[in-house]
Write a protein that binds this ligand. Structure first.
Ligand code: CMP
Length: 144
C-alpha cells in the first residue's frame, strides 16, 4: 500500500530532510518516488482545497509556497495509518514522544511533514504530484 508525504518548506529550510527520511526508512517505508519542487500559489490552494473555509487557509498557502518542499510516495503495509502514527499529531505539543513532529516541528502551523489521511486521499494526493507512467518507469509497475 502507498501513501503520500510532503517534507514541508520548514523541514527543507532547517536542514532536516536527511533525518526525517532516515526516520521514515527506519519505520519500514520504502521510497517509491521523490522530487524537490516549488509549489505555486494555485497548486498549494488546490492541494489544500478541503481547508479553504478554514481561518488558517491563507497562512497555510503562504507557508507551503515559502520555499521548496519534497513530496514523496511511500510504501509499506498499512502505509496510511502507519505514517500518521509515525509523524504524530498536527500540533507537536500534542504529538507522542519519538514522532517526527514531536522531534522536529515547531508549531501546529509549521509542522514539517504532511501525510495523507485516508487511502482514498492517498491515491488522489499521489496523483497530484506523480504520474502513474513515472512510477511505472521507476519500478515496472505503479504499485496502484
Ligand atoms: P496538515 O495536517 O498536514 O494539513 C493541514 C495543515 O494546515 C496542517 O498540517 C498545518 O500545517 C496547517 N495548519 C495551520 N493552522 C492550523 C490549525 N489551526 N489547525 C490545523 N492545521 C493547521
Amino acid at each position: 500500500m502507498q501513501t503520500l508525504t510532503i517534507l514541508k518548506p520548514d523541514a527543507v529550510e532547517a536542514g532536516l530532510v536527511g533525518k526525517i527520511v532516515a526516520h521514515l526508512e527506519e519505520a519500514g517505508f520504502t521510497i517509491r518516488a521523490s522530487r524537490m519542487i516549488q509549489l505555486s500559489g494555485a497548486e498549494a490552494k488546490a492541494f489544500y482545497e478541503v481547508h479553504k473555509e478554514r481561518p488558517f487557509y491563507e497562512a497555510l498557502v503562504r507557508y507551503m509556497t515559502s520555499g521548496p518542499c519534497i513530496p514523496m510516495v511511500l510504501e509499506r503495509d498499512d502505509a496510511v495509518g502507519h505514517l500518521r502514527e509515525v509523524i504524530g499529531a498536527t500540533d507537536p505539543a500534542e504529538a507522542a514522544p519519538g514522532t517526527v513532529r514531536k522531534l522536529y516541528a515547531e508549531s501546529k502551523e509549521r509542522n514539517v511533514i504532511h501525510a495523507s489521511d485516508s487511502a482514498e486521499n492517498a491515491v488522489k494526493e499521489i496523483d497530484f504530484f506523480f504520474s502513474r507512467a513515472e512510477l511505472e518507469r521507476l519500478w515496472g509497475d505503479s504499485g496502484r
